[in-house]
Design a protein. Structure first.
Length: 310
């Protein structure tokens, strides 16, 4: 009897067992197993996304690289768009994308500053944020119809570069506001308290302390907005793009050609769709490279700014 009691006490004191004699470490091993499963699922999802992107790039590159040459990049299309290049489309896409960012970026950042730094928490603020989140999920064709009704017809801008840029800016605003507000929220409150404690005003604190610290995250929102604006078809199809414009835009009220609309025309409404198949893939490849190039430039600037701040 004494031996059994002694053995039970030794089991309870053994580091491998709990108070009831149950093996310790079982919940921990289960957590490690669940963590390993979740991490493997995340790795698999990232691998699938990367593989899909690689397949798309390879598909476009294999079918479009033969069409790309100096003439293709520096001349306008001619002969029912079966010959020539896409220079007006490249210039029109750049003007629309950059014009949209010139309008949307400062308005989006200012809106995020107001919502995060000045607006009082309450029902009105919740409604505003709900509206912004809903606008971020609205299909682009709805923004295109809005731009057609408001900018093109009501404000009498006509089908023009300005109307298209303003429509793309309205479409990009929810993304920029959401990303900018999250970036401002990530700045520690101790930064604000230290600045205010040194005698700075609220605006000086925001301008000189909060905004520089949040700028890398704000630029992320700008990159997302630029990517969406540069590759959209529906908004510019109603407000800015035309079938053929041999000359480059000379004013904000000029009609423009864009790469997304040009690809759509060649693939669906052209007179010789099969003859223009290499031009379709070549234009799509140029659009991908153009969007990646603009994103890369913004990412490099963001990285340099982050290194400077750190």
């Amino acid at each position: 009897m004494l031996n059994l009691q002694t053995e039970s006490i030794n089991l309870k004191q053994d580091s491998r067992f709990g108070k009831n004699g149950a093996p310790q470490g079982t919940p921990k091993s289960r957590r490690r197993l669940y963590q390993s499963i979740v991490f493997n699922l995340l790795r698999a999802a990232a691998l699938v996304n990367g593989a899909a992107l690689a397949i798309i790039l390879w598909f476009m590159l294999a079918r479009g690289w033969r069409a790309i040459n100096w003439e293709f990049l520096t001349t306008a299309p001619y002969d029912s768009m079966t010959k020539g290049g896409i220079l007006p489309c490249i210039v029109g896409t750049l003007c629309l994308g950059l014009g949209a960012m010139v309008v949307a970026f400062p308005i989006g950042v200012a809106s995020a500053i107001y919502l995060n730094e000045y607006a009082r928490p309450g029902k009105v603020l919740r409604i505003i944020r709900l509206g912004i989140n809903n606008l971020a999920g609205v299909p682009s064709v709805v923004f295109g119809l809005f731009g057609l009704a408001f900018f093109v017809i009501y404000l009498e801008m006509g089908v023009s570069l300005l109307a298209g840029a303003l429509t793309l800016a309205a479409m990009s605003l929810p993304v920029i506001i959401g990303a900018s507000e999250e970036a401002l929220k990530s700045v520690p409150d101790t930064y604000r308290e230290a600045s205010l404690g040194l005698g700075a005003t609220k605006w000086q604190t925001i301008y000189r302390v909060v905004l520089p610290a949040a700028m890398p995250g704000i630029l992320t929102g700008g990159i997302l907005g630029l990517s969406r604006a540069a590759g959209e078809l529906a908004p510019v199809m109603f407000t800015a793009a035309v079938y053929f414009a041999p000359k480059l835009p000379s004013s904000p009220f000029s009609e423009v050609m864009t790469l997304p609309y040009h690809i759509y025309v060649l693939a669906t409404a052209g007179t010789e769709i099969e003859a223009t198949r290499p031009l379709q893939y070549g234009s799509a490849l140029v659009l991908i490279v153009l969007v990646l190039g603009m994103n890369l430039a913004a990412i490099i600037y963001r990285a340099r700014l982050r290194n400077r701040l750190s």
